[in-house]
Design a protein around this ligand. Structure first.
Ligand code: FES
Ligand SMILES: [Fe+2]
Length: 384
């Protein structure tokens, strides 16, 4: 059943005070990479807020409002010096907590600097990823997902931004049948097998789907984890007829679709391949964390010349951006195969209701014992 315009707004708008914005602010979100902070501040948008991410001379991380409270120049153009971040325009200086340390153009005796305060948010680093929390205290724990904390393998990081609302990107993660069509290859022009299972688990939704092709049957198990993450894994042999998996056997990936604002979404990925007998079990893409969140151009997508299909790296973005900046869900026709999408929207609604009732939203972790390592095991398996 299609959503009403109001329901769609409630699920897609992420600014302060909106139902979804309030819910998203109860979770930690990736906002950047350790390697991209090279002595300069970085501009970032998160949940509709203009922010600047920086590391001061002492190595402390800061995430503060980007608009200088003096006359609005963006602090991402500023300089890291004298214990903070100095605005390029008239030299006001801010520390990582948003305190104004200096106003060189104002008389010192006026103490005007003590009357301004820049918004500042909590940040933590894990596995080279910088996570931010924009919500009320006490903040929940930053989840220690297995691939972020395991020490028995190799990792690589990627970040890029897409020009559409986060929800259509997140819906993709529980929309299992898209694998068979959007990601088909010349070997797998047609898949059959409508088997699809979506079920709730502690942190979100566990999705299983089967594919039959070329006389063989495969099963894929992946997880959606509140509020924007999914975990996939590929454990299949090289002979798997699905090109996407055959190119990357033996790794796992965490992927977040983080709302930058209502019409832009940051896509962060952490790849992890265990090392066994001195060799990684899978080939993971090169680490591009030092590049930060890479821009993309909406409407520009590569095609694979050999097949005529959209190229693998652009398939999801093309499908999602073409749904519109914010997909109009009042005109959709959901079928049985959209069960995961329906369950996802309910999960968000239940989390919003929980917050309204004074409780934590679904998937929140506050118990350190539960957070030593959060293990989740996806995979692709050949069925007999
Ligand atoms: S606008 Fe930043 S110091 Fe004036
Ligand atoms: Fe996909």
């Amino acid at each position: 059943m299609a959503l009403t315009a109001q329901e769609n707004d409630d699920l897609t708008r992420v600014g302060p005070g909106t139902p979804c914005g309030i819910m998203m602010r109860r979770y930690w979100h990736p906002v950047g990479f350790t390697a991209e902070l090279k002595g300069k501040p970085v501009r970032r948008k998160l949940l509709g807020e203009d922010l600047v991410l920086f590391r001061d001379e002492k190595g402390q991380l800061g995430l503060i409002g980007a608009r200088c409270p003096h006359r609005g120049t963006s602090l991402h153009l500023g300089y890291i010096e004298d214990g903070g971040l100095r605005c390029c325009y008239h030299g006001w200086l801010f520390d990582v907590s948003g305190r104004c340390l200096e106003q060189p153009t104002e008389p010192a005796e006026a103490n005007f600097k003590d009357k301004v305060r820049q918004p500042s948010y909590k940040v933590e680093e894990l596995a080279g990823v910088i996570f931010a929390y924009l919500g009320p205290e006490p903040a929940p724990l930053l989840p220690r997902y297995d691939v972020l904390v395991r020490e028995d393998g190799v990792r690589s990081l990627q970040g890029r931004i897409a020009s559409c609302n986060y929800l259509q990107m997140v819906e993709n993660t529980v929309d299992q049948h898209h694998f068979k069509w959007l990601h088909r290859t010349p070997n797998t022009k047609k898949w059959t097998d409508p088997v699809l299972t979506s079920e709730y688990f502690d942190y979100g939704i566990r999705d299983t789907f089967a594919r039959s092709g070329g006389g063989e049957r495969y099963q894929t198990l992946s997880y959606f984890i509140m509020p924007t993450m999914n975990k996939t894994g590929y454990h299949v042999p090289e002979s798997h007829p699905c090109g996407m998996a055959a190119n990357h056997p033996g790794y796992e990936a965490l992927r977040w679709r983080v709302p930058a604002d209502d019409t832009h979404t940051m896509h962060f990925t952490v790849y992890f391949a265990p090392v066994v007998d001195g060799k990684p079990t899978g080939t993971i893409p090169p680490d591009s964390g030092a590049k930060g969140v890479v821009e993309t151009t909406p409407g520009q997508y590569r095609y694979d010349e050999a097949t005529g299909y959209l190229a693998r790296g652009d398939q999801d973005r093309a499908a999602q951006e073409s749904q519109g900046e914010i997909c109009d869900r009042t005109i959709e026709h959901l079928g049985v195969s959209d069960k995961g999408v329906i369950m996802l929207r309910k999960l968000y609604k239940d989390s919003m209701d929980a917050i309204a009732a004074g409780k934590d939203p679904i998937g929140t972790i506050r118990d350190p014992a539960k957070n030593r390592i959060v293990e989740i095991a996806p995979g692709e398996f050949k069925l007999s």
